[in-house]
Design a protein around this ligand. Structure first.
Ligand code: URQ
Ligand code: ZN
Ligand code: ZN
Length: 480
């Protein structure tokens, strides 16, 4: 295995930034300090004037996802390779069983698909139905397979939507196992009704999509999931928080001392709902994802949530469909496959809109693009930290480099880029994955199958020891 000495850079971790060299050996970081000598045979990377940060961790991707009658354009190789080109070195993807499908069967299928990954990967398991075998398999996944998070879609009625009974049973099981429940918080019943009402008004184009999923549809589900977690005394992670209503629900719960965490997509931070009124169907349809991009104003609230620590991670929900696939909804917006890309662009977009504008410090950037995800899903400091003993997953970041983002130059197999034409300042010059240079100044050297499955241990047993909230309330008159 090779050794790399990254010389002359400024190391940026979530807690501080300081001048230091970084030495890697056999896939691990073995030294961080000033004026490190270069071992014989080591590759030396000149990081002068650049930052050396933990590789990005994207906690929300869907590579090779079968969804709405088709399969996403990016598979686990092309999707993870695109991430490496953007400084992202780990993804947490989703195993999504069909209702009634045994969890372990779905898990083994996804594990097979992911063997071609070029970068490291892990899986959240979606709970799309419930019976005692689901409860059993959740235990197997936590105790034997290194899954410590379970996803619940509160939207997508008649497909993968969870009812409250499933949410309650699964959240309780998560608490027993020391696992993190996560939710896609949209009220699927309201979406289903509003889709029909919008269609009855004769609105069948992509402009109907946001009309069928207004912010309160997300706010209601976020509040409901947070309340269920509160009663069951289990933490909860809300994915793709897109609007003020959901962000406020999280902030309110956190102010009351509840462990609630929020994720924000790079797209929701910089794109608004005007995209759905674009005259070209393909352009408007390319932006159809759920929750939808929101009216101006919501974006700044999400930035402030990240600044204040009420929102914690950023992701992409990378789920790419091409124009021909999106055309399935040519005559009915409800049939447009939901999903957009971004795994390659996330870090540059957030650096440009976050750090260059003064919203975020470089350390806060590292926190929300890598370290917080590693902590919340229990793989810190193996991931998310430039420190001795951590995996040698690093990005050398050139704050002066510029790039115009475009589908023409992206590595994703998708044919659209929601950040099309955006010129960013601050881009990766080198990406290192498992101690190997996989991206060097525009040259992508991703290797199919090189990625590893990353196990994530359950949280400490005090989760399971935690009393049910009802017991706590009963013994505390003040809280009744
Ligand atoms: O809902 C999700 O997260 C998946 C199905 C991707 N699609 C989307 O519109 N967000
Ligand atoms: Zn979702
Ligand atoms: Zn998703």
């Amino acid at each position: 295995m090779s050794s790399i000495l990254i010389q002359g850079g400024t190391v940026v971790n979530a807690d501080r930034a300081y001048r230091a060299d970084v030495l890697t050996q056999d896939g691990k970081i073995v030294a961080v300090g000033e004026n490190l000598p270069a071992p014989a045979g080591a590759t030396v990377v000149d990081a002068g004037g650049q930052y050396v940060m933990p590789g990005g961790i994207d906690p929300h991707t869907h590579m090779q996802l079968p969804f709405m009658g088709t399969v996403t354009m990016d598979d686990f190789f092309t999707g993870t390779a695109a991430g490496l080109a953007g400084g992202n070195t780990t993804i947490i993807d989703f195993v999504i069983p069909s209702p009634q499908q045994p969890l372990m069967e779905a898990y083994n299928t996804w594990r097979g698909w992911a063997e071609k990954a070029a970068g490291d990967y892990s899986f959240h398991m979606a709970i799309t139905w419930w019976d005692e075998t689901v409860k059993r398999d959740m235990g197997t996944l936590v105790q034997q397979e290194g899954v410590n998070s379970f996803k619940h879609f509160m939207a997508y009625k008649n497909a993968i939507m969870c009812d409250d009974e499933t949410l309650v049973n699964s959240f309780k099981r998560c608490m027993e196992l020391g696992a993190m429940p996560t939710v896609h918080a949209e009220n699927g019943e309201l979406v289903y009704l509003l889709q029909k009402q919008v269609a009855e008004m004769g609105i069948m184009g992509p402009e109907g999509h946001p009309l069928s999923r207004p912010p309160m549809v997300e706010g209601e589900a976020a509040n409901r999931a947070i309340a269920i977690a509160d009663v069951l005394n289990v933490p909860i992670y809300v994915v793709h928080v897109s609007c003020i209503e959901a962000a406020e629900a999280i902030a309110r719960a956190r102010a009351r001392g509840q462990r609630v965490y929020g994720e924000v997509l790079a797209g929701h931070l910089v794109i608004d709902d005007s995209v759905y009124r674009h005259p070209d169907f393909a352009t408007a349809a390319a932006h159809v994802m759920s929750p939808p991009f929101r009216p101006k104003g919501h974006q700044e609230f999400l930035w402030r949530g990240l600044q204040s620590g009420n929102l914690h991670t950023t992701a992409t929900d990378h789920c790419t469909f091409c124009a021909a696939q999106k055309a399935a909804g040519k005559d009915d917006f409800a049939k447009i496959p939901n999903g957009t890309g971004g795994v390659e662009e996330r870090l540059a977009v957030i650096w440009d809109e976050g750090v260059n504008t003064g919203r975020l410090t470089p350390s806060e950037f590292v926190a929300i693009t890598s370290a917080n995800t590693a902590k919340l899903f229990n793989i810190y400091p193996q991931k998310g930290s430039v420190s001795v003993g951590a995996d040698a997953d690093l990005v050398v970041w050139d704050p002066a480099g510029t790039k115009t983002l475009s589908a023409k130059t992206q590595h994703s197999k998708g044919d659209f880029n929601i950040f099309e034409g955006r010129t960013v300042k601050g881009i990766p010059s080198h990406t290192i994955s498992q101690g190997e240079l996989v991206f060097v100044q525009g040259d992508l050297r991703a290797v199919q199958g090189k990625g590893r499955y990353i196990k994530r241990a359950p949280f400490s047993s005090n989760f399971a020891a935690t009393k049910l909230r009802a017991e706590t309330l009963a013994s505390s008159p003040v809280l009744r």
